[in-house]
Write a protein that binds this ligand. Structure first.
Ligand SMILES: C[S@@+](CC[C@H](N)C(=O)[O-])C[C@H]1O[C@@H](n2cnc3c(N)ncnc32)[C@H](O)[C@@H]1O
Length: 234
C-alpha cells in the first residue's frame, strides 16, 4: 500500500513519537480504557497461545497492555519508524519483546494468509480517507481466521453537523479546563479538520460489511471516540 503524508506524520516531527503516550493520555478522554477493554475482549475468547495482529501499534501501548498474562504472539505493523522504535523500547522495558514482532509497514506488507486469531486497530482509521479505510479493513479481514474478533477504535460522527460541531467544542472546552492553552487547542482543531476523515457510523459499518467484517457491538463511546467489536465472517 502506498503511504500518504499523514501516515508518515509521526516521523516528520522529531519528538512526536517519544511524547506520544503523554499527549494521548492528556488529549484522548478514556484513552487507557480503550486498551483495558481491548484486553478483556480478547482475553475472554482467545486461548493462551494465539496470534494477534496489532495494526498501527507504534508507540507500544497495545503490546504493553493487552494480554500481559498470556503467551500471545503480537505482530505490530506501523508505517512510522519512530513510533516502531518507541514500541520496541517499551516492549523491552515491559519484558514482552520476545513475543512481539514490530514491523515498519502496513498490513498489505504481511503475507496474505489468514493466520491471525484476532486483531486490533486503535486510533488509526480516521487518519485514512474513506477508500483507504476500506482497503485497510479488507486487508485485515483477509488475514483473520473465520470468526476472529477485531477491536477497532476511532473517530466517527453521527450524521448531524450541528451535534458534531457541538461535540468538538465540548472536547476543546474539556482540554482547556484540564489546563491546555486555548490557542493551541483551537489550532489543533483546525489541523484536525484537514487531517482527519470522520465517517458517519453508518458509513463505517457499511465499509465493514463490504470488507467482510460483521458488527458485534459498540463497546464504548466518549465524545467522537468510538470502540467497536467486529468479527471476521465465518
Ligand atoms: C494516533 S497513533 C495510535 C497509536 C496506538 N495505536 C495508540 O493508540 O497508542 C496512530 C498510528 O497509526 C499509524 N498509522 C498511520 N497510517 C497507518 C496505516 N495505514 N496502517 C497502520 N498504521 C498506520 C501511525 O504511524 C501512528 O503510529
Amino acid at each position: 500500500m502506498e503511504r500518504n503524508g499523514f501516515e508518515r506524520m509521526y516521523d516528520y516531527f522529531e519528538n512526536l513519537a517519544t511524547e506520544y503516550l503523554d499527549k494521548a493520555k492528556q488529549q484522548i478522554p478514556a484513552y487507557e480504557t480503550l486498551f483495558r477493554l481491548a484486553d478483556c475482549l480478547l482475553a475472554r475468547e482467545l486461548p493462551d497461545f494465539a496470534e494477534v495482529l496489532v495494526v498501527g501499534g507504534g508507540g507500544g501501548q497495545e503490546i504493553c497492555s493487552i494480554g500481559q498474562d498470556k503467551d500471545w504472539r503480537m505482530t505490530v505493523v506501523d508505517p512510522s519508524e519512530q513510533m516502531c522504535r518507541a514500541a520496541n523500547a517499551r516492549a523491552e522495558e515491559a519484558g514482552v519483546a520476545k513475543r512481539c514482532e514490530i514491523r515498519v509497514g502496513v498490513v498489505s506488507d504481511l503475507p496474505g494468509e489468514a493466520v491471525f486469531d484476532a486483531a486490533t486497530c486503535i486510533l488509526v482509521l480516521h487518519f485514512l480517507d474513506r477508500n483507504r479505510q476500506l482497503e485497510l479493513l479488507r486487508e485485515v479481514a483477509s488475514r483473520l481466521r473465520p470468526g476472529a474478533p477485531f477491536v477497532v477504535a476511532h473517530l466517527v460522527a453521527r450524521d448531524d453537523p450541528g451535534e458534531n460541531e457541538w461535540m468538538l467544542k465540548l472536547w476543546s472546552d474539556l482540554l482547556v479546563r484540564l489546563g491546555e492553552d486555548p490557542e493551541v487547542v483551537a489550532r489543533r482543531n483546525e489541523d484536525r479538520q484537514r487531517e482527519v476523515t470522520m465517517l458517519s457510523e453508518e458509513e463505517f459499518l457499511d465499509l465493514c460489511d463490504q470488507a467482510g467484517l460483521e458488527y458485534q457491538a459498540r463497546i464504548s463511546q466518549t465524545l467522537h471516540f468510538t470502540q467497536w467489536l467486529l468479527r471476521k465472517g465465518e
